[in-house]
Design a protein around this ligand. Sequence first.
Ligand SMILES: NC(=O)c1ccc[n+]([C@@H]2O[C@H](COP(=O)([O-])OP(=O)(O)OC[C@H]3O[C@@H](n4cnc5c(N)ncnc54)[C@H](O)[C@@H]3O)[C@@H](O)[C@H]2O)c1
Ligand SMILES: [Zn+2]
Length: 352
Amino acid sequence: MAELLFTNHVEQALDRAVDTLAPSGVFVLTDSNTASFVLPRLQGISRAVGEGKAIVIPAGDDHKNLDSLSAIWRELTEKGATRSSVLINLGGGVVTDIGAFAAATFKRGMNFINVPTSLLGAVDASVGGKNGINFAGLKNEIGLFSDAALTIISTTFFNTLTSQQLLDGYAEMLKHALISSQEMTARLLAYDITGYTPEPLLNLLKENVGVKVHYVEADPGDRGCRHALNLGHTFGHAFESMAMERGTPLSHGYAVAFGMVAALILSHLELDFPTEWLNRYVTFVKENYGGFAFDCRDTDRLVALMLHDKKNTTAGRINFTLLRNVGQVEINRPASRSNIRAALEIYRDMVL
Ligand SMILES: NC(=O)c1ccc[n+]([C@@H]2O[C@H](COP(=O)([O-])OP(=O)(O)OC[C@H]3O[C@@H](n4cnc5c(N)ncnc54)[C@H](O)[C@@H]3O)[C@@H](O)[C@H]2O)c1
Ligand SMILES: [Zn+2]
């Protein structure tokens, strides 16, 4: 696993890491938003970033594609990057995913440092070695497992994120809590992420990212117990796809927040997950995220979307990550079709 550093002195950590790597050149990848919100803040105080050559791609997951990847490779070539150069990925999950993939493949692999600037990037996307791009209409279709030389996690850059962007990342933090501990879950359900202060949030992140690190180290290739990290994602991806079909896209974090409601209901039906925790989580989601609305006629479509999600199906069975209790995970559980439908009906009663 890549080294992770938690600090709000990003410039010092970056300069030290770059000094240690002694690269032939420094390149800094941002998207069009982090180019204006984040890059100027570091250029003045970090020698490495100040001297680095900037590469900018358009913002948004739609641009995590072959065109942007090719533009990055081209700029690296034209600006004289070599195999012993370093690429600093300064941005959200899109920048760390595509930047890591570009670096890992450029001249058979150059070093890269991830500096996540979104909460989702800090808590999820920049940790764990997965990178890649979307291709042929499929999310993360092409990519590699490849470790950063260093990932620097800080809360310094979050003050230009919207509340919605904070809540997006917070859904993955809640997921980490639900799969690991009642105590952490209770604390996160009482925390106000949109009113965070930097140092306490950094401490929270350190603990919370530790949950992902635990699973990544136990299952680096994502073939077994790392599936615990899929909690809420089977339902969540179906909600995301349905929202896309309606032309009103739902962000990934919100979809996961709602997906975990359905997953906890299904956990109750299949494994007797306690109603007390279910109610506490649902109350938090309603207050902070609202709900994803669908009617009973949409249930068939949602089941069909889950069946199309190849990652979660084997021989026509839909597999779920479920909880017996908070902190007690059961992976690859093929739920009965009637319970899946029942979970969606109960979701409508509870959330809408
Ligand atoms: N590799 C993995 O394991 C993994 C895990 C989870 C998600 N992901 C990927 O991560 C991506 C989602 O991550 P994301 O939500 O960070 O997306 P993102 O990179 O698109 O960032 C969201 C938005 O916030 C902006 N932004 C980022 N930092 C900012 C800042 N400090 N101030 C203002 N605006 C800022 C971005 O420009 C973008 O518009 C998806 O592509 C997803 O597939 C990867
Ligand atoms: Zn996710």
